[in-house]
Design a protein around this ligand. Structure first.
Ligand code: ADP
Ligand code: ADP
Ligand code: ZN
Length: 214
């Protein structure tokens, strides 16, 4: 399995990637998670990414492509991988083709989770994440049993700084301008598949499985 999950911010990429990783045991490569870890640890990468993320803008392509190239060369990617949130620009998509060619790999499909922007703000603003294990919740659509506490590990839940209504507006504009053109890119090379992301998380997952088989 060598796939990428595309979709606007809040579409459910991380949620679906976590289920796929659990079922298929492949590597989960989330550039957003990698950048957040770098910001938390205040590494050189984190210092470069921080401002862009806070403003809801993309981290520059050269930086992003560099970390994905390194990540894909790691051993655990040999069992397959899910790219979540990368590529986000046509330049990144072209770089990915080159990286995969060098590794003698090819993508099986580019799967887009389609959700209209009106629903995305509500999803993102309600998103909560476990500090300890990274599990994702939603105060409206997937509330934890005990408010503010992770069902899986008892860790404390937090809200991402960029999951505010104002920053989400910027992220959606950036998506329309820079990331949406990837739909045409992957349609052109025949890898594009789409699922309706407005359904329940379970229904989206079964559609993804069907799309991967079909
Ligand atoms: P979401 O899944 O809600 O869209 P992510 O966790 O994927 O958010 O990304 C959070 C932020 O990290 C983005 O707004 C952007 O600043 C940065 N980022 C993540 N992936 C990329 C990428 N492929 N290219 C540039 N910036 C990225
Ligand atoms: P992304 O990685 O694309 O930004 P997430 O998987 O983090 O998206 O989901 C964004 C928020 O929406 C989370 O709070 C998640 O629990 C919630 N969510 C994910 N999928 C659905 C769905 N099908 N219906 C309702 N809420 C969802
Ligand atoms: Zn947890």
């Amino acid at each position: 399995m060598h796939i990428l999950l595309m979709g606007p911010p809040g579409a459910g990429k991380g949620t679906q990637a976590a289920k796929l990783v659990e079922e298929f045991g492949v590597a989960h490569i989330s550039t957003g998670d990698m950048f957040r870890a770098a910001v938390k640890n205040q590494t050189e990468l984190g210092k470069r990414a921080q401002e862009c993320m806070a403003a809801g803008k993309l981290v520059p392509d050269d930086v992003t492509i560099g970390i994905v190239k390194e990540r894909l060369a790691q051993d655990d990617c040999k069992k397959g991988f899910i790219l979540d949130g990368f590529p986000r620009t046509v330049e990144q998509a072209e770089a990915l083709e080159k990286i995969l060619k060098e590794l003698d790999l090819a993508l099986d499909c580019a799967l887009n989770i389609d959700v209209p922007s009106a629903e995305l703000v509500e999803r993102a603003v309600g998103r909560r994440i476990c500090k300890k294990c990274g599990a994702t919740y939603n105060i409206k659509f997937k509330p934890p049993v005990k408010e503010g506490i992770c069902d899986a590990c008892g860790g404390e839940l937090y809200q991402r700084a960029d999951d505010s209504e104002a920053t989400m507006k910027n992220r959606l504009a950036v998506y329309d301008e820079q990331t949406k053109p990837l739909i045409a890119f992957y349609k052109q090379n025949g890898l594009y598949k789409e699922v309706d992301g407005r359904q329940s998380m379970e229904a989206v997952y079964s559609d993804i499985i069907a799309a991967l088989r079909g």
